[in-house]
Design a protein around this ligand. Structure first.
Ligand SMILES: [Zn+2]
Length: 283
């Protein structure tokens, strides 16, 4: 009996010892895991603080550079060119987009709607360019029949662009420009006043590549007239239509000409310099 009791006592002692050992070992592991995690958290927190500081510095630098750029632009020390392509999209749009991409520059496309694949509007946007409204039909008889007719046509292209891009475009170009002789002065004034009231800004051009003067205008002529360096803000008129093959062929030389003359390339927005043949009242 005594032997059995002492055996039980020994067994209990061994079990107790084993239990304590396992417990201590487990706690030890947990401790190491904990301190490991703690140092990871500390490291990540330090990294986060460092990155936040770096980001703040970069954001400030970016804002400074932007402010300096805008200041220089306001002082006309930076020369800006706005390349514009009217009447597209066309079978040449892809080539134009390719050339612009190769040069890492952006342009503005004043698009129409009749006979067009609406998906092409999205393609132009996806390449980082800007769309302007050039009326849906571009038919002088229709758009300049009366004020209601003009806006019906304008809203039609606005809706077509919106349906594929989601954008509510506010920049426009009159078919034939704001100085066109197809609409009466009274009609143009009425259109301009309503456009202004509805937040639209229209843009003409101060540099005509002359590609509208006929089809296949020689490249040399397009290059000669398409590069204007007389003003710090230049808006170049070009066309993106199936018939204007030579515009595509002249584009690289036109880009090179502006680069050489120290111009930077920008896209139009409602705040861009108002290069307008007939002035728009202040909004
Ligand atoms: Zn046009």
């Amino acid at each position: 009996m005594k032997k059995i009791l002492s055996m039980i006592a020994i067994l209990l002692a061994v079990a107790g010892f084993l239990y304590s050992a396992v417990h201590i070992f487990g706690t030890g592991i947990k401790y190491f895991e904990y301190s490991g995690l703690k140092s990871n958290v500390k490291k990540l927190t330090e990294e986060k603080t460092k990155k936040t500081t770096e980001l703040a510095a970069l954001t400030k630098k970016n804002a400074d550079v932007k402010a300096e750029y805008e200041k220089l632009r306001a002082e006309k020390k930076i020369k800006t060119v706005y390349l514009t392509f009217d009447d597209g999209p066309s079978e040449h749009t892809d080539q134009i987009l390719e050339i612009l991409k190769k040069n890492n520059i952006k342009a503005t496309f004043f698009v129409i709607g009749i006979g067009k694949n609406y998906k092409d509007y999205k393609k132009i946007i996806d390449h980082g360019h800007v769309l302007g409204l050039h009326t849906y039909s571009h038919e002088y008889k229709e758009v300049y029949a009366n004020e209601a007719s003009f806006f019906k046509d304008l809203y039609k292209i606005r809706d077509a662009v919106k349906s594929t891009t989601g954008l509510d475009v506010k920049i426009t170009r009159f078919p034939g420009g704001s100085s066109n002789a197809k609409a009466s002065k009274a009609l143009k004034t009425a259109i301009i006043n309503r456009m202004t009231k509805e937040g639209y800004v229209y843009f003409d051009w101060n540099c005509d590549s002359t590609d509208a003067s006929g089809n296949n205008v020689p490249v040399a002529k397009l290059v000669k007239y398409g590069i204007c360096t007389t003003h710090p803000d230049i808006n170049v008129l070009m066309h993106d239509t199936n018939a204007k093959k030579t515009t595509v062929q002249a584009l690289q030389q036109i880009i090179d000409g502006y680069r050489k003359a120290g111009y930077t390339f920008e896209t139009l927005d409602v705040n861009s310099p108002r290069i307008q043949h007939v002035k728009q009242p202040e909004m």
